[in-house]
Design a protein around this ligand. Sequence first.
Ligand code: HEC
Length: 476
Amino acid sequence: MSILIFILCLAIGAFVIYLAFILPKAVNTAEKQLINDEVTLPKGEEEKVEEMSNNLAGYNYAIGGLAAAVIFVGTYYAVEGTPYEGHFREWSNLIVRLTHITFGIAWIGASFYFVFLENSLNRTKGLRDELAGNLWAVHGGGFYYVEKYKLAPDTIPKDLHWFKYEAYFTWLSGMSLLFVVYYFNAKGFLIDPNVMDISPLTAISIGVASFVLGWLIYAGMSSSILAKNVPLFGLVGLIVLGCFAYGYCQVFSARAAFIHFGALLGTLMAGNVYFVIIPAQKEMVRCAKEGIELDPSLGKNAGWRSYHNNYFTFPVLFVMISNHFPSTFGSEYNWAVLLAISVGTAGIKHYLNVIDKKETSTWVLPISVFILLMTAFVTAPKVSNGECKTVSFTQIYPIIQQRCVTCHSAQPTDDVWTSAPNGVMYDTPQQIVAKADLIMQRVVITKNMPQNNKTNITPEERDLIRCWINQGAKTD
Ligand code: HEC
């Protein structure tokens, strides 16, 4: 039965993708003809074709996403409860994660490139009147020459490239990743009963609602008089973000709390592109086409939001990799650590902005680095240094069997982890010895294994493990 549903879903998915490719073909051809001046349409008609083609691209992508979702659900349905479920989760994670980082690199890369371009333009030598600057570059075996206009060019080119899908897809794939890793497996990663014992549905609703709320607060702040006072705006923004960081850490498991904070910043960034920057650019293009005088506040507002995005990049990048660093999310004051690292990294971004503009800055970098180093210092583990008696492997083996192997095994018995997490297994003594360093890290130092201490390891057992590893982790 489930194999039938699987095949049906695959078929629907494939058909939808097929539709997404053939439908827009006609429109694309029409647009190409326009761009190559093979046909001329009456005024107004041209815009219509352009708009249709733009909408179709979006529609195309939406359909592709939908098809992927159908295939995902179908496959999940087919493997649910079988030994392949864990494998399926792993591969969904892998595919979505790869997509997410690829789009993220494209987005942030484009953003870094344009900041660099803006800061490196030749603004003085041999420029035509209408130009603000130009840049020669050599890359990938070719010479490139870019010109920036002071205002819009006299005629707006028909094939104007927009940078927007990088942002949209980063956000969409990021939300999908949040879904695949945390929401789809809420009991495993999202919820930690020792933090707050809530149902998956409640937890997911809180997560999603927090993004909407965060955006509303931010959008309100950005269009209020607060926005006129940049330092005050920054301070209030920081306090609000601090509240979110604190709130997340009171509701979700520590790693999920960090990821939600990053997803919130990512939502603000993508929201800025979708709701403010792109509409402003569209309006600018319209004004230029119709020869209407441009409202300068449009560009200014878009610039202001893109300036915020610039500061969000480093904190978001930290959160994206934070899960690899248990000393950060595993700290008792993890919300403060999160905030401190956000401030420190955004400070480094500020320093880069300042020196890019060839202005001087004395304190920004030292203060930012100091904040980050202080965070490292404060989160340093308090290792118990009690005296050790000789510990033999026969004392350690049963502890690992009882506290770890429920998850870390070729055949886990845990209800949530049906395949060995990260491929780590402790079925044999050799496997245990091979991972002794990691065990020290996670069980003794950061103490975030067993996960959520689901198997109730005792402090005495942690200490035995510490002594055994310090004595060379021998199997006798
Ligand atoms: C309830 C299930 C569960 C139990 C019990 C459990 N773990 Fe884990 N473990 C996980 C999950 C999930 C991950 C992956 C997420 C992470 O790295 O935090 C993991 C990751 C790890 C890692 C990191 C592997 C890597 O590649 O970085 C180590 C080391 C580890 N566990 C050791 C242990 C030890 C030792 C015990 C027993 C004292 C234990 N775990 C008990 C679920 C569990």
